[in-house]
Design a protein around this ligand. Structure first.
Ligand code: COA
Length: 332
C-alpha cells in the first residue's frame, strides 16, 4: 500500500555557460553604462550560451551534479520535472534531459511558469512525494533567455542571463516543505511577455492557419517592479503563516534573482536583516527559472546554507505569477 510521507530536499547542483557579457560589453552595444545598470539592478555580468549549447545540456549538467550531491545515481530517479520557458523543443525538453542523464526509469515533464517555475515545480514535486507515489524526484530550473532577448532593447537586455539549477527531493519521515502559497494574475499578462504573434496563412478557400513567430521579451519594468515589491513580502507572509512560523524563524531569504533593489525592498518590508538574504545576481543576472536553485546551490556549496536551515523562497514574474515555499534544507 502507498504510504503518504514527508519531503526532504537532499542535494543541489547548478551549471552556467562559460561565455560572459559584462555591463561594459553591453555599453558598447546599446546606450547604457555600468553605473546605471549596477545601481538600478545590482547586475555586473551575465552568462550566455552559444548555439552549440542546448537548454537540455545545461539542465542535465545541473541535474547530474544534484544527483551526485544527493548520493544517488540517475537510475534512482522516479520523476524529472523541468521548469523552463525556453525549451529546446516546444513539445517539452524534460524527456531530452532524461535521455542526457540516462535516467531510464524516470517519467519526465516540463512546467512553464517563467520566473516562478522553480517554486511551482517544488510544490508540484512535493505532491507526488507526499502521496507516496514517487520516492526520488529531480527538479531542474533552467532557462536560456538570451535566445529571446532583444539585444537592441536597453530596457531588457541588461537584465537576463542563462543558467540551470537543480535539487533532488526525496521521501522522508520528516516533512521539510513547511508551507507554501501560489498566485496568478493573468490580467497583468501584458506587463511581461514572450508572446506569439499570429500571421495568417491561407490553406484553401477562407480557411487559414496561424503561421507566426515568437517576439522577443517585452516588459513594462516599472509595473513589474511595483508588482514584485508588493506581492513578494505578502506571499512570503502567507506561506509563513501556513507553516506556523514567523520571520524570526527564517535563516535565509532566497528570492528569485531579478533585481537587487527588489531583494532589498522585500527584506526591509519583512524586517529580515540584509545579511540573511542570498544573492548572486551580480554574477548571473536574471536566469528566470534557474535563479533560485542556482543561488541555493552556490550557498550550499559555500557552506552558508547548512542542513537544518530554514529558507523562505519566493519566485515571481511573467504570467503574472508569484509564489513562496518555506523549506528546511537537508534530511533533518
Ligand atoms: N541604461 C540607461 N538608461 C536606461 C536603461 C539602460 N539600460 N534602461 C532604461 N533607461 C532609461 C529609460 O529610457 C528612462 O529614460 P527617460 O526617463 O529619458 O525615458 C529612464 O532610464 C528610466 O526608465 P525606467 O524604466 O523608469 O527605469 P527604472 O528605474 O524603472 O529601472 C528597471 C528600470 C528595468 C531596472 C526596473 O524597472 C526594474 O528592475 N523592473 C523590474 C524588472 C524585472 O525584474 N523583471 C523581471 C521580473 S521576473
Amino acid at each position: 500500500m502507498i504510504q503518504p510521507t514527508g519531503v526532504a530536499l537532499i542535494g543541489s547542483g547548478s551549471a552556467s555557460p562559460d561565455s560572459i557579457i559584462t555591463n561594459h560589453h553591453l555599453a558598447e552595444m546599446v546606450d547604457t553604462d555600468d553605473e546605471w545598470i549596477k545601481t538600478r539592478t545590482g547586475i555586473a555580468q551575465r552568462h550566455v550560451a552559444g548555439p552549440e549549447l542546448g537548454l537540455r545540456h545545461l539542465a542535465a549538467q545541473a541535474g547530474e551534479r544534484a544527483i551526485a550531491a544527493a548520493n544517488l545515481t540517475s537510475e534512482d530517479i522516479d520523476l524529472i520535472i523541468l521548469a523552463t520557458s525556453s525549451p529546446d523543443d516546444l513539445f517539452g525538453s524534460a524527456a531530452q534531459v532524461q535521455a542526457e542523464l540516462g535516467a531510464s526509469r524516470a517519467a519526465a515533464f516540463d512546467i512553464t511558469a517563467a520566473c516562478s517555475g522553480f517554486i511551482v515545480g517544488l510544490i508540484t514535486a512535493s505532491q507526488f512525494i507526499r502521496t507516496g507515489v514517487y520516492k526520488n524526484i529531480l527538479l531542474v530550473g533552467a532557462d536560456l533567455l538570451s535566445r529571446w532577448t532583444d539585444w537592441e532593447d536597453r530596457r531588457t537586455c541588461i537584465l537576463f542571463g542563462d543558467g540551470a539549477g537543480a535539487v533532488v527531493l526525496q521521501a522522508s519521515e520528516t516533512d521539510n516543505l513547511l508551507g507554501f502559497d501560489l498566485h496568478s494574475d493573468g490580467s497583468m499578462n501584458g506587463c511581461l511577455t514572450l508572446g506569439y504573434e499570429p500571421e495568417g496563412q491561407t490553406l484553401y478557400g477562407e480557411t487559414q492557419v496561424s503561421k507566426g513567430q515568437y517576439n522577443p521579451i517585452n516588459m513594462n519594468g516599472r509595473e513589474v517592479y511595483r508588482f514584485a515589491v508588493k506581492r513578494v513580502p505578502q506571499v512570503i507572509g502567507q506561506a509563513l503563516a501556513k507553516a506556523g512560523l514567523t520571520v524570526d524563524d527564517i535563516d535565509w531569504l532566497l528570492l528569485h534573482q531579478a533585481n537587487q533593489r527588489i531583494i532589498d525592498a522585500a527584506a526591509d518590508r519583512l524586517k529580515i536583516p540584509r545579511e540573511k538574504t542570498l544573492s548572486n545576481l551580480a554574477q548571473y543576472g536574471n536566469t528566470s527559472a534557474a535563479s533560485i536553485p542556482l543561488a541555493l546551490d552556490e550557498a550550499v556549496r559555500a557552506g552558508k546554507v547548512k542542513p537544518g536551515d530554514t529558507i523562505a523562497a519566493s519566485g515571481f514574474g511573467a504570467g503574472l505569477t508569484w509564489g513562496s515555499a518555506i523549506f528546511r534544507w537537508g534530511h533533518r
